[in-house]
Design a protein around this ligand. Sequence first.
Ligand code: ATP
Ligand code: MG
Length: 196
Amino acid sequence: MVMHFEYAPGATPIDLDEALGLIPAHITTQADLNTWEEMNIVEGADWMKRQKMIPALDEGLVRELHSRMFNKTWLWAGTFRKSAKSIGIDWPQIAVALKNLLDNTAYQVEHQAMSNDEIAVRFHHQLVLIHAFPNGNGRHARLMADALIMNLGGDRFSWGANMSLATPGVTRQNYLSALRAADNGHLESLMQFARQ
Ligand SMILES: Nc1ncnc2c1ncn2[C@@H]1O[C@H](COP(=O)(O)OP(=O)(O)OP(=O)(O)O)[C@@H](O)[C@H]1O
Ligand SMILES: [Mg+2]
């Protein structure tokens, strides 16, 4: 049986073939799925925390974190999207776009082109814009930015200091409007939101 998904504003709908990749067979409601995903994501976040140093900003790390966040939930955890979404680049270009982003970010870190916060928040925004995975891109890209800033000696981001970012509500609206401002080249709101 294929479950019925309910989406928060700005969330990426799941295709039918992606929905068939749901691992826990007992899950039929969005609430159960959210709880299950949450447990899985905590394991991914713990794994990331245990990596004291990011060995290299590369595709392997990006995919491994997504895999560890969703490997008990989705068969396609850690694998790139092969479907079009309302946001995100054309899927055949994901690997190249991601490599460019990772290389640019490493360059910015090396040359201290801007503050570490700005480097990590830009990285977050670009990563969700690429939308490398069928789902989980927002949560994954926030954890990736957290890992980057902590590796640079900064504190973890607060992302609006709200636990319910993944569900509808004012914090999510603020997050989405800050992302849209960043789409237009204005990063200040997203930087503020990340430290709120
Ligand atoms: N205009 C936009 N510009 C950049 N990124 C966006 C924009 N709109 C949405 N996003 C990002 O896409 C994410 C939704 O993608 P997806 O559903 O793959 O991730 P998710 O982790 O399941 O998200 P969520 O749990 O936040 O719904 C949002 O959380 C946000 O990070
Ligand atoms: Mg989603």
